[in-house]
Design a protein around this ligand. Structure first.
Ligand code: GDP
Length: 297
């Protein structure tokens, strides 16, 4: 289960304060040390942890909660609020174009869940808004990627524009956009190629697609299971493409929490959705407050 270790350790860190009418400096120091270790062990970015612990400590001292009626509860509340803030405060909606189509470019490393998530998001918009999306298959390096997008399209009854693997991806996107225009699709998803790691050629190709398509949303898909690597990936893509949003996948797995808690703070870019399974319906809007409650258990 996601965050299991982190939840347990945070609860234990705060349990020591329970029942105390007054909390000593030493109690607070021990609690904060345990919170710090819990976050580091969950693979949260070092600077994020440092800032987090500092803020929680300052608030606890400043609010004089240590002398209050129920210090434990008050510290839990502060931790909850600061976890929420670290993840972005409130849900950030999808960017939409004033005139159709809204163009959503999906980027990310191979295996992160781009293709699956493009389908999930298209399906979400179809169900929610009666939208008529088109998906463009622009990953020409893996023939299986095109087949996979076509299969996803069939599953959710969304058309897929593809030109096989012999055409330049930028040209495929150009023609796909023309088709969307002709068919009055209200959303266009561009499923781009991924690599096992970030490389120059991939980034240049994505930059070319961005220049051509002027996407309303450049959605970075990252695998939550990869912790700090997910954060490094996010930074790499963001530096080159200035992404507009992040989707965190595989939160149904045994993820520790590092990616969810670090990405917003490190990149400044909001997590907009989370993937919680392999089915097309397994996509949720990301609510930082609900995620904080979930982490706290
Ligand atoms: P891409 O290479 O980035 O396009 O990644 P895919 O969309 O092919 O996904 C890679 C694998 O991850 C597939 O087996 C997906 O079913 C799986 N996957 C994607 N999102 C999730 C998720 O939220 N939860 C789980 N458990 N699996 C996922």
């Amino acid at each position: 289960m996601a965050f299991e270790g982190l939840t347990e350790r945070l609860q234990n860190a705060m349990k020591r304060l329970r029942g105390k009418g007054k909390v000593s400096d030493a109690d607070l120091r021990d609690t904060m040390r345990e919170i710090r270790l819990a976050l580091l062990e969950a693979d949260v970015n070092f600077d994020v942890v440092k800032d987090f612990v500092k803020t929680v400590r300052e608030r606890a001292v400043g609010a004089k909660v240590l002398e209050g009626l129920n210090p434990a509860q008050q510290i839990v509340k502060i931790v909850d609020e600061e976890l929420t803030k670290t993840m972005g405060e409130s849900a950030v909606p999808l960017n939409k174009s004033a005139k159709i189509p809204t163009i959503i470019m999906m980027v990310g490393l191979q295996g992160a869940g781009k293709t699956t998530t493009a389908g999930k998001l298209a399906n979400h918009l179809k169900t929610d808004e009666n939208a008529r999306p088109l998906m463009i298959a622009a990953d020409v390096y893996r023939p299986a990627a095109i087949d996979q997008l076509v299969t996803v399209g069939q599953q959710i009854d969304v058309p897929v524009f593809e030109m096989g693997t012999d055409t330049n991806p930028v040209e495929i996107v150009r023609q796909g956009l023309a088709q969307a225009e002709e068919n009055h699709n209200d959303y266009v998803f561009i499923d781009t190629a991924g690599r096992l790691q970030i490389d120059e050629q991939l980034m240049n190709e994505l930059a070319q697609i961005k220049d051509l398509a002027h996407p309303d949303e450049i959605m970075l898909v990252v695998d939550a299971m990869t912790g700090q690597n997910a954060v490094a990936t996010a930074q790499g893509f963001n530096d080159k493409l200035d992404v507009t949003g992040v989707i965190l996948t595989k939160l149904d797995g045994d993820t520790r929490g590092g990616a969810a808690l670090s990405i917003r703070a490190v990149t400044g870019k909001p997590i907009k959705f989370v993937g919680e399974g392999e089915k097309m319906s397994d996509l949720d809007v990301f609510h930082p407050d609900r995620m904080a409650s979930r982490i706290l258990g």
